[in-house]
Design a protein around this ligand. Structure first.
Ligand code: URP
Ligand code: ZN
Ligand code: ZN
Length: 487
């Protein structure tokens, strides 16, 4: 039996803040309180002056993703290690099958790649095409493999984009299975058309990227996905909400009582679209991701969305491409692999810009970096909580520890950092994953393969909302005489 006590800190959960010690036995939290009985020989971690919080959950990453002709440079080992350095102990990554690839085969492939992970992980599975095998495999994934969420890309035409027919088929099947549908909301047809127009006007560099994906393109898709979900009576989760247009669609649906959840990326909260006009092509290209960075007014609105609870989770969409990979698009911005890193920096960026500015309380920080994701994706309180029986994924968070973010010192496997030079106060001092210390005294001690896949059970039947379309509840078909039909 291995015992660890985290002593003298302020325990912060999504619900409360109190002075308490945390006793960990093996991989689980055993007790939280003022007078916990500490077994002889227990390792003692001093948390005085610090907060003790649940390990972060990043619900949107892409480790070693094959995408746009290349493969994301961060793998499951390096990525979960970098995450641990920043206080994140669980990632939810994406299986993205090639169109016509059996989705179960793709899932097994990703599970193999993830075996090297240093900390825990789980998978959303993308629906990139449709036939009976996809429907059958969705059932197998939910019933036998602990998958409870499916992703739909409404962009990336001629690759992985879902049209409305696929959305409707997949949403309906997910409803039968008690799984949660998630969407990347951008109108892929419009993006395709605008990319061509913008390129032909001579915008061949990274500045063409945001011009081809304006906020309306995201707002339209967000609203369409929400309305499809509303008609079918299924809950919906929108990834990487980046603009007012999408936020308004989300807020309206929530105000109407629809079960809609949404995520915001740390980078969309603090970086604006001026990055695309940087005179250094490599620099500008490193910010090419979708949806793109937006004008400043969108950032202000996203913060308010987070503060008001319209947006519940924060993620990174961690999808790293090094400079030579980005240069595949040196002649044509449409060929720059889309993606940015940040799994290591999400928590400190949120603390520095959210908590230290008074936008978020420490408990709200815990909610939006960990507990809400655990609840929405149905792994609470195993993850996202500090209660007896929960996995001992714990971070000693030093609110006064300052670090200047840089690619020279980060642990991510990418030669650029989108936050380069940003000084952040509030950082992970110690990170534990299922009881094992992965990060302490600015040193990683991760072990390849210690991470485990986390199964997520399907949702209870009441999770699927009542559709307004269910007029059959209040009406019945009109009984009529059959009219004489003219021959
Ligand atoms: O640009 C991005 N976001 N790349 C990763 C794939 C996606 O759209 O999430
Ligand atoms: Zn996306
Ligand atoms: Zn993504």
């Amino acid at each position: 039996m291995a015992a660890t006590v985290i002593r003298g800190g302020t325990v912060v959960t999504a619900e409360s803040e109190s002075r308490a010690d945390v006793l960990v036995i093996d991989e689980k939290i055993h007790a939280v309180g003022k007078d916990v009985d500490v077994p002889a020989g227990a390792k003692v971690i001093d948390a005085s002056g610090a907060y003790v919080i649940p390990g972060g959950i990043d619900p949107h990453t892409h480790m070693e993703l094959p995408f746009m002709g290349t493969v994301a440079s961060e793998d499951f080992y390096t990525g979960t290690s970098a995450a641990a350095a920043g206080g994140t102990t669980t990632i939810i990554d994406f299986v993205i099958p090639d169109p016509k690839e059996r989705i179960l085969d793709a899932y097994k492939k990703w599970r193999g790649w993830a075996e090297k992970a240093a900390a825990d992980y789980s998978f959303h599975v993308a629906i990139t095409w449709w036939d009976q095998s996809v429907s059958d495999d969705m059932g197998t994934l939910v019933k036998e493999h602990g998958v409870n969420s499916f992703k739909h890309f409404m962009a990336y035409k001629n690759a992985i984009m879902c049209d409305d027919e696929i959305l409707v088929s997949s949403f309906s099947r997910a409803k039968e299975l008690g799984a949660l549908c998630t969407v990347h909301a951008e109108n892929g047809e419009l993006v395709y058309r605008l990319q061509k127009e913008i390129f032909e006007k001579g915008f061949t560099g990274p500045e063409g990227h945001p011009l081809s994906r304006p906020p309306e393109v995201e707002g339209e898709a967000a609203n369409r996905a929400i309305r499809i979900a509303e008609v079918l009576g299924v809950p919906l989760y929108l990834v990487h909400t980046s603009c007012i247009d999408a936020l308004e669609a989300i807020a309206r649906a929530r105000m109407e009582g629809q079960r809609v959840f949404a995520e915001v990326l740390a980078q969309h909260l603090v970086i604006d679209d001026s990055v695309y006009r940087n005179p250094d092509w490599n620099h500008a290209a490193h910010y090419v991701m979708s949806p793109p960075f937006r004008a400043k007014e969108h950032q202000a609105a996203l913060w308010k969305g987070l503060q008001s609870g319209m947006l519940q989770t924060t993620a990174t969409d961690h999808c790293c491409f090094c400079t030579p990979q980005k240069q595949a698009g040196v002649e044509d911005f449409r060929k720059i692999p889309n993606g940015t890193g940040g799994v290591e920096d999400r928590m400190s960026v949120l603390w520095h810009h959210g908590v230290r500015t008074g936008k978020l309380t420490p408990s709200e920080f815990v909610a939006c970096t960990s507990s809400n994701a655990a609840k929405i994706f149905n792994v609470f309180p195993k993850k996202g909580a500090l209660v007896p029986g929960a996995d001992a994924d714990i971070v000693v968070w030093d609110p006064e520890k300052t670090r200047t973010i840089s690619a020279k010192t980060h642990h991510q496997r990418i030669d650029f950092n989108i936050y380069e030079g940003m000084s952040v106060t509030g950082n992970a001092a110690v990170t534990l994953s299922r009881g094992a210390v992965l990060w302490e005294k600015d040193q990683l001690s991760t072990v390849k393969g210690r991470g485990k896949n986390i199964d997520r059970a399907p949702f209870a039947p009441y999770f699927a909302s009542q559709s307004k379309r269910n007029g059959e509840n209040v009406q019945s078909p009109v009984k009529r005489e059959r009219p004489a039909v003219a021959k």
